[in-house]
Design a protein. Structure first.
Length: 142
């Protein structure tokens, strides 16, 4: 019985320690304990990407294999598994905003992770890829 009680006390203490990072005092701004995604890159929906492209400079990379129809405004077509071999085709400024996409999002996620590993700081993957882009009615290159 004492062992069970001790274990419960330890678990309660650990739980309170974890929760203490989530509790704020009145008037104190609440900030999440983790501010960066574990992946190291962001994810955008098709409407978010479309809005972003109309407002700011984005370096857009299609990473799908085999090649597919490209989103209007695509800057480069680099297979997801050849990112490192094609660094010369990417912006030299590692802080440039880069958005990658593929057909469904999975190859883009792999490419995004590789770009972050290579030191790029503003990398985003299009969730749902060109499938979602098409569903939203956005344009492709002719």
């Amino acid at each position: 019985m004492r062992k069970s009680y001790s274990i419960l006390l330890i678990l309660a203490a650990v739980g309170l320690t974890v929760l203490s990072g989530c509790i704020s005092q009145p008037g104190q701004k609440v900030t999440p304990a983790v501010t960066e995604t574990v992946k190291g890159y962001g994810e955008l929906t098709a409407p978010e990407l479309e809005a972003m492209m109309s407002q700011e400079d984005v370096f857009l990379v299609d990473t799908h294999i085999p090649e597919q129809k490209h989103i209007k405004g695509t800057d480069e077509v680099i297979p997801f598994n050849e990112i490192e071999a094609n660094l010369y085709r990417l912006p030299t400024d590692k802080n440039s905003r880069i958005v990658v996409y593929c057909m469904s999002g999975s190859m883009g996620a792999i490419a995004s992770k590789k770009l972050v590993e290579l030191g790029y700081t503003d990398v985003n993957n299009l969730l749902g890829g060109t499938i979602e882009w098409r569903k939203q009615g956005y344009g492709f290159e002719e």
